[in-house]
Design a binder for this molecule. Sequence first.
Ligand code: NAP
Length: 208
Amino acid sequence: MIESEADMNSKRDYFIWTKQFAELKGCTVMDKPVNDRTVGVIGTGNFARALAKRLYYAGYDVVIGSRKPNERNIMAIGECLCDITLTSIDDCIKQSKLLFLAVHAENYKDCLSRHFDRLNDRIIVDVSNRDSPSKTDSNAEYLQNLLPKATVVKAFNVISAYAMEDESVSSSKQVFLASNDVACRERISSMARDMGFHPVDLGGFEVS
Ligand SMILES: NC(=O)c1ccc[n+]([C@@H]2O[C@H](COP(=O)([O-])OP(=O)(O)OC[C@H]3O[C@@H](n4cnc5c(N)ncnc54)[C@H](OP(=O)(O)O)[C@@H]3O)[C@@H](O)[C@H]2O)c1
């Protein structure tokens, strides 16, 4: 069943209210339920924050995973997005079947090596651009090789953090997608549309 916007808003209001009430009472704040609209974002840099904000306003439940969640401030997004969860990478992966990896490709191994097992059945969106020219595998193929049991989708790398954060920025709204899994390409295309972009499905990784 597809939730209406009113249902999603009322669910979001309910959780904000519950969280504030629990905090007032000095209770432990419960985790949000995991559902198909729960999306993980690994990384807390410029792109991760912009992406989290865009996903949030598209109606997704966003969980951000950081190596140092206690040292990061989600308010750096620039406004009160109280309903976005900031947690450890491990917990972010636990809570999300679908994750955006907003980390530079050179740090993939360092960032993910302790979490390989947990990532086995996850869909991972690789948003990275190459930091230096290479004649070897693309970043997405490199990630797919690191995580052979996960499904990697390349997408959103042509959108700047600036354009991601602010829908009114006049830049191309095209999002190019590639993955060897057709169903996952369709799923991320649908998310891109929810976020106000125009997905362009390029096919398998031979193009990424
Ligand atoms: N910025 C853009 O306009 C833009 C546009 C399109 C695509 N991208 C892509 O998005 C990704 C992130 O770019 P960004 O500009 O957001 O970079 P950034 O500001 O440098 O943020 C990178 C994040 O990666 C996390 N990280 C995890 N493991 C790390 C490690 N071993 N060393 C350093 N950081 C680590 C850090 O979060 P914690 O410290 O909290 O763990 C950090 O905040 C890149 O792949 C980039 O190519 C960026």
